[in-house]
Design a protein around this ligand. Structure first.
Ligand SMILES: [Zn+2]
Length: 430
């Protein structure tokens, strides 16, 4: 007994600044959210709904109240292009692996078939492209698959209309990329558009010519209009001024899947942030602070901040009651410190934030950033709500790809980030 007691005290001391949060539990949260069952928390195989139900159950188990009278979930709709079924690509008889060797451009349309490869002339993007352009316009692209380098996308968009009309005759597009980075688009174009990792591309780049080599593909793109998804929101009521709020937000959606097997786990982006949101919820449920604390897990972030925009347009309590909002996205490392968006906008709050970090040895480096429309804090800022967006730096290279897996998340400074957000939010209530 005595030993157990000593260990408990020692454990408590060692746990500081981890006090109040539980890294093992956070790991389980991340494992669950990034698992195959949740299928990338996107809009095929019910991924977003499974994740929302899980977060709701966690809020409930922690004893949090719903933020809305109607319940924990706030429904809304979005338009999104999805790839629910067939996804295959073979080049010169070699099958490429979806997710690892290739992905699809988010605006890709559906299609199936095959054709000869036409390698777009890189001279088209040179300083005097006249000759190359003339040659290109004379090449018959009907039934061909146009191949080009991803680094030329923006130059392609600047080409004259005549050029793009000619390119539109191709049956499908293949972009060669140095890294595969998936995204989400609300709509689809008319043609399949694959993005292949250049290091996995099996052929030489036959500049400006139609190759004897062929590609074969199948792709089922399915644009969904008015897909019903949901934010999940809960609260801990304040002990002294419950009408005032500190709000924590983290998006739980990610990029979903590519076909029936491959999914984007989104462990760092943003299962990690949701796990921290839930750890903070657990802490404040046990230790109700002077102000109320709201916890909002947004959907639709990767589709263009759709869930947080909807929330700002349909707030569950008046936005002016928010003292400050803390948005968490990419919380899985911290090896090289943290980034703080809006740090230069809210100088008084930033001074406090930095002071707390220094006094407790939480982070040596805080990258002080200005305003940016890069996560769910953005529309709140537009509506006059003061906020920071915090993200961790270093330690993880995977981003918007199949490698952003739970087993790759170091959680190096998880306890420190928890401590900093807890202490900072309490100071805001002074
Ligand atoms: Zn994110």
């Amino acid at each position: 007994m005595k030993h157990v007691f000593v260990w408990l005290i020692l454990g408590g001391l060692l746990a500081d600044p981890a006090q109040g949060q539980d890294v093992a539990r956070a790991r389980r949260t991340i494992d669950t959210l990034a698992s195959a069952t949740m299928f990338g928390r996107g809009y095929t195989q019910g991924g977003d709904k499974k994740a929302a139900a899980y977060i709701e159950a966690r809020f409930q188990a922690l004893g949090l109240r719903p933020l809305a009278a109607a319940g924990y979930q706030q429904p809304f709709t979005l338009d999104v292009n999805t790839f629910p079924n067939r996804v295959s690509l073979a080049v010169a008889g070699q099958a490429l692996a979806p997710g690892l060797d290739f992905i699809v451009n988010p605006v890709s349309g559906k299609g199936a078939g095959g054709g000869a490869l036409y390698f777009l002339d890189t001279l088209l993007f040179a300083d005097s492209p006249a000759v190359a352009r003339e040659k290109f316009l004379k090449t018959n692209l009907n039934g061909k698959i146009a191949v080009f380098y991803g680094r030329h996308y923006y130059k392609l968009l600047e080409m004259p209309a005549e050029f793009l009309q000619h390119l539109a005759q191709a049956k499908a597009y293949i972009g060669l990329e140095t890294k595969l980075t998936m995204a989400i688009s609300p709509q689809a174009l008319g043609r399949p558009w694959f993005q292949v990792l250049a290091s996995r591309w099996p052929l030489p780049y036959a500049n400006g010519t139609v190759s004897r080599q062929k590609a074969k593909f199948k792709l089922d793109a399915q644009p969904l209009v008015g897909y019903a998804t949901q934010n999940v929101a809960a609260q801990v009521r304040g002990t002294r001024q419950p009408e005032r709020y500190v709000v924590f937000t983290a998006h739980y959606d990610h990029l979903g899947g590519l076909g029936r097997q491959v999914y984007f786990p989104g462990a760092n982006d943003n299962a990690s942030g949701v796990s921290l949101l839930l750890e903070l919820a657990a802490h404040f449920a046990q230790n109700p602070p002077p102000y109320s604390v709201a916890f909002i897990a947004f959907s639709g972030e990767e589709a263009g901040l759709v869930g947080s925009k909807y929330y700002v347009e349909h707030p569950l309590f008046p936005l002016r009651q928010i003292r400050f909002l803390l948005n968490i996205d990419l919380a899985g490392s911290g090896d090289e410190g943290i980034g703080l968006v809006n740090a230069t906008v809210h100088e008084a709050e930033f001074a406090r934030f930095k002071q707390i970090s220094e006094a407790n040895n939480y982070f040596r480096r805080i990258l002080r950033r200005g305003a940016a429309a890069n996560s769910d804090h953005y529309y709140f800022g537009q509506a006059g709500v003061r906020s920071f967006f915090v993200y961790t730096l270093g330690g993880i290279t995977a981003y918007h790809d199949v490698h952003d897996r739970a087993d790759k998340i170091p959680l190096t400074k998880y306890a420190e980030l928890f401590g900093l957000l807890r202490d900072f939010s309490l100071q805001l209530m002074d």
